[in-house]
Design a protein around this ligand. Structure first.
Ligand code: ADP
Ligand code: MG
Length: 137
C-alpha cells in the first residue's frame, strides 16, 4: 500500500507505475469519487508521453491518446447505466493488444469488460489521507 496523500506523492507513484506498463494491459481504477483516479491517470499519461491535457472522461466515457507503440485509452464508466452501452461502444476496437487501458469505475460492469491485468484501489480516509494499492493479476 502506497501513501499518496500529497499531489507530489500521487505524481511520483503514477510515473513509477507508468514505467511498468506494457501494451495489452487493462488497468481497473477502483475507488470512490474524489479519491484521485483521474489525477493519477493525468500523471501516468504525461510519463508515457501524452502531451495533450488529459480530461476526465466522465462525460465522453472514453478518451484515446495515440502514442508510438500503443494507444492510451482512458475510460470512466460512472455514467454508463447499462452494460449494453459498453458493448455497443465496440470495446474490442479500442481495448486490445495495441492499447493500454485505464478504466475508472470498472467495478460497476466487470462482466462487460476485458479482464484486468492490474487493479489499482484508491482510498481516502478523512479528507487528506490517501492510499493506493496495486494488485497484479
Ligand atoms: N494526492 C492528492 N492530494 C491532494 N488532492 C488530490 C490528490 N489527488 C487528487 N486530489 C484532488 O482531489 C480531487 C478529486 O480527484 P480526482 O482525481 O478527480 O478523483 P476521482 O477521479 O477519483 O474522482 C481533485 O480536486 C484533485 O486535485
Ligand atoms: Mg475521475
Amino acid at each position: 500500500m502506497l501513501d499518496i496523500s500529497t499531489l507530489a506523492q500521487t505524481d511520483a507513484a503514477a510515473r513509477d507505475f507508468a514505467r511498468t506498463l506494457n501494451a495489452g494491459d487493462v488497468v481497473y481504477l477502483i475507488g470512490q469519487m474524489g479519491t484521485g483516479k483521474t489525477t493519477f491517470t493525468q500523471s501516468l499519461a504525461r510519463e508515457l508521453g501524452v502531451s495533450d491535457y488529459v480530461n476526465s472522461p466522465t462525460f465522453t466515457l472514453i478518451n484515446e491518446y495515440p502514442l508510438d507503440s500503443f494507444t492510451l485509452v482512458h475510460m470512466d464508466l460512472y455514467r454508463i447505466r447499462v452494460a449494453g452501452e459498453l458493448i455497443e461502444m465496440g470495446l474490442e476496437s479500442v481495448v486490445n493488444d495495441h492499447s493500454i487501458a485505464l478504466i475508472e469505475w470498472a467495478d460497476l460492469f466487470p462482466e462487460a469488460l476485458p479482464t484486468a491485468t492490474i487493479t489499482l484501489t484508491f482510498d481516502l480516509k478523512g479528507h487528506d489521507e490517501r492510499t493506493l494499492t496495486i494488485t497484479r493479476h
